[in-house]
Ligand binder design. Structure first.
Ligand code: NI
Ligand code: MN
Length: 226
């Protein structure tokens, strides 16, 4: 399957007609190379209500009919804005199923408010597609919960924020990778805005000198196959 990074925390997982789009922050992202109007989606996952994660989720859902999975309060708000697909309003600890896979909402430590809407709760997603597991950490601080999540479900690919300021920085993220021990990592949530500038290649050398995990550094628009 192919994982495309659209910049910031937005990833698209493509596998045999399944198109999972996570945190589709595109139209207001200065670094995005894709437009939300051209994005194909069969399932949308949103980790929390902040504008840089909710992004264009409602617009993509309206155009494609793809359901939005997230917390109950977040999907309820999306419905009030016109996203009328078969949305999965779940909660942390729960698993949602979709055509081609599943996604489990797992803990993250972070705030969340929808622009013009309610405060909600942040989380990450463990996504299972075709026997592979992908852990999108969302926005989060370093927490020992990462180990518990990965003990429960061994992780092939982790998508890890490294920008600092709003999330853990790349040094904390190196410890996070040790706790998760995935086969591969793609860093995210850095260099979009000045407060979150980071060095993905320094993160790569720190992680790779520390264990067997491989770090794959992408440019927005690039893809990686697992
Ligand atoms: Ni956030
Ligand atoms: Mn964010």
């Amino acid at each position: 399957m192919e994982i495309t990074w659209h910049g910031h925390s937005c990833f698209q997982i493509s596998n045999n007609g399944t198109e999972v789009v996570i945190d589709p922050f595109l139209s207001e992202n200065p670094k995005a190379t894709a437009s939300h109007e051209e994005l194909n989606a069969t399932q949308i996952l949103v980790t929390h209500g902040h504008f840089d994660h909710m992004g264009d989720a409602v617009e993509i859902a309206k155009r494609t009919g793809a359901p939005i999975a997230g917390t109950f309060e977040l999907t309820g708000w999306c419905e009030s804005q016109g996203a009328k697909g078969a949305n999965q309003g779940a909660n942390i600890g729960g698993t949602v199923e979709f055509d081609g896979g599943w996604a489990k909402l797992v803990p993250a430590i972070h705030t969340s408010q929808i622009e013009g809407g309610p405060c909600t709760v942040s989380h990450g997603f463990v996504v299972g597609i075709d026997g592979k597991t992908i852990y999108h950490l969302g926005d989060t601080a370093l927490t020992g919960d990462f180990k518990l999540v990965a003990d429960r479900t061994p992780i092939d690919l982790a998508l890890v924020p490294i920008g600092g300021f709003y999330t853990m920085d790349r040094v904390d993220a190196t410890t996070a990778v040790k706790l998760i021990n995935p086969k591969q990592v793609i860093p995210m949530h850095y260099d979009t805005f000045p407060p979150i500038e980071s060095d993905p290649n320094a993160f790569k050398s720190d992680v790779e000198s520390n264990g067997s995990t491989e770090v794959v550094v992408l440019e927005p628009g690039q893809s990686h196959k697992i």
